[in-house]
Design a protein around this ligand. Sequence first.
Ligand code: GLP
Length: 239
Amino acid sequence: MDLRVVENDVALSDLAAQTVADLLRVKPDAVLALPTGATPVGFYRSLVSRCRAGGADLSRATVFNLDEYVGLRGDHPQSYRSYMDENLLRHVRVGSHYIPDGAAADAEAEARRYGAAIAAAGGFDLAVLGLGPNGHIAFNEPGTPADAPTRVVELSAATRAANARNFQGEQVPRQAITVGLGALLAARRVLLLVSGAGKAAVARSALRGPVGSAVPASFLQNHPNVTVVADRAAAAELA
Ligand code: GLP
């Protein structure tokens, strides 16, 4: 595991965007898994400005989002589709973009369809991931086995509480469709972004603690090609 500790969120965002830009230079039709959340906002900003300046080109790339809330239409302001529109898709041309339809009448079927689309694309060349406060990646919550498929999941109380900040009093959805750990761990390369003092303890358990389902991100320790980009605050407990 390659750990890069950088000074702050700006440096983290730049390094992450540079990594994606470098991949697209050698493989313009790369298949990417991309995250949502607070951590990657600066990454998208940096990627968009690189695209505008001609330093990155997503126009032939295939982008899959990691997850979506069940029950939210794409145009709901808290849907991850809205997040992607706002942070990436309305600014740059992306070859093809996939995200589960949270409002699909049959969420299980939608999850299967999404998993099949990932498989048909040949899996991920690069999965860019954030780290949930309880060690989840995408919405693979504690208890998830390493080979979990892309599926509908129940969100944990901790995750719903952490994400309540975005919902301003509205109920946080109870379920989501998530890319499975199986597909994430099969990515040819993983870039894990960890930012802020609030992630220091979970970063330690994920990257230095025992590998297992209790902390789903810990399975990344066994992945052959992982780069972790952490700012100084998040890396404080990584010896
Ligand atoms: C959500 C997403 C995850 C993300 C996590 C951390 O639960 N499903 O993919 O990594 O939040 O988000 P943040 O960067 O806001 O801490």
